[in-house]
Design a protein around this ligand. Sequence first.
Ligand SMILES: [Fe+2]
Length: 448
Amino acid sequence: MRKLNKKKSKKNNIKGILPLFALLFCTFSFGQKEKKPKDLSEIVKTWAQPDVYPDHIVLSAAEDPTTAIGINWRTSPTYKTGYVEIAVSNGTPYFSLNSQRIEATKITYDSSKDQKNGFISSFYGITIKELKPNTLYAYRVGNDAFKSEWFQFKTAGDSKKEPYSFIYVGDAQNYILELWSRLIRTAFKTMPEAKFIIHAGDLVNYAHSETEWNDWFDAGGFIHSEIPTIAVPGNHEYQRLNKKSPEDEKVLSVQWQPQFSFPENGPKKLKETCYFIDYPDLKVIALNSNLEIRMQGKWLKKVLAENDKKWTVVTYHHPAFSASREEGNEEIIKFWKPLFEEYNVDLALQGHDHAYARGAVYNEKLKSEFLKGPVYVVSVSGGKMYPLSSEGWEGFGAVKNKKGQYLQLFQVITIDDNQLFYKSYTASGQLFDSFRLEKKEGITQYFK
Ligand SMILES: [Fe+2]
C-alpha cells in the first residue's frame, strides 16, 4: 500500500494505461507460479531513498519571519550544487521571469554507516533574507537538470494589529504515515492560512532513521513546503548512532541540522535546537528539554528580560507537569518555571506524554482566573496513546482544566491584538477544547 501510494504520486501519467498492463499481465501469468513478494522492509527502504528529484522540501521559520525564511531539501548525491529560485508571486504564469536564483549550501551524509535503512543523501539548505513583509512568494528548488514544482508561502506581516494564527502539534512519532497524515492534513484544512506549525518534539521514533523522516515528509506533503516549521527535538531525536555506540552516548538526529534551517540565535552548544523567533508582537522561544536545562535557564532569562513583545510562547518536549506519568519534571520546574512566571510567558506548548492536559498555576493573590505564568498544554498528534494519570499536576501547585486520552489532537492558536484564542481539535476535525486569554493593563486574564 505504501509503495502503491508513492508510485501513484510520481507516476500519475501512466494511470490511463494501467488496465491494459493489468490485462497483459493476467494473460501471461495465468498458470505460472506466483512471484514471491518483496519483504516489506525492502519496499520501505526503496521507497524512502533519495532520488535525483528534490524531495523533503521544508520551510523553517527564521528569526525575523517578516523578511526571511529557511528552505531545505534532499536529493541523491548526484549533483554538485543546488539552488532556490524565488519570485514575488502573482496570478500569471510569467511571475518567474523576475525570479532570483540563490545557491544553497550542501551537506552530504551517509546514514547507511549508522542505520540498516540508511542512504547517502545530499541535504541542501539556505536562509533567504531581504524579503518583503506580508508578501506572497513562489519558489522552487533543484539544479539545472531537475527542479521541484513551484511552491508558495507568505512572509509575516509587520502590523501588530492584524490577527494571525498558528498550529501546534505534540508527538507525531508513531504510525506517522499511517495515522499522523490525517491529523496534519485536517490541521491544514482547518487553518490553511497558519503562519507556522510548532512541533513539540518526537517528530519520529528513531532519531537517525531516514525512512521515518521520509514518512514524516510524505505525511505532511506540500504542507511542509508552504507553512514554516518550528520544531524542537524530543527524547526520540536523541539516540545512539548505531549498535556499536555506547548505550548512553545519545546524539541529535543526524538529519536534524542538515534538513532544517532554524535560527542560530541560541546557545552555540544547542545549535538549531534552542532558538527564538520574533513576530511583530509575539516571541516564540524553542527550548531543548533533553539537556542543559540549567544553562538554557540563563539564556532564557536574558531573552525574556529583553523581550518587548506583547505575547510570549515557549515550546519544549518534556512537560513541566505530566499528563500520563505521576510526576513533574523537577529540573524544568526548578530552572524554567520561575522565569515563565517572572516574565509573564503566556503559553507553554509541550509533548512527550501521548495524552492531553491543559491547565495553569493560579495567582493566589488575585482571583483564580489570573495566571501565575503560562497556560501549560500537553498534546499528542501521532498514533501512540498513553492513559491519563491522576497525578502529575496538583502535587506541584498546578490545576488541570481539561484532560483527554486516546485522541489524536492538533491545536489552532489565534492572536488578535490583546486576545489569544486557543482551540484544540481531534484528527476528525471536532472541537475538543478551547480557552481565551486577554491582556488588560499588564495582567493576563484566563477564560478557561
Ligand atoms: Fe518523548
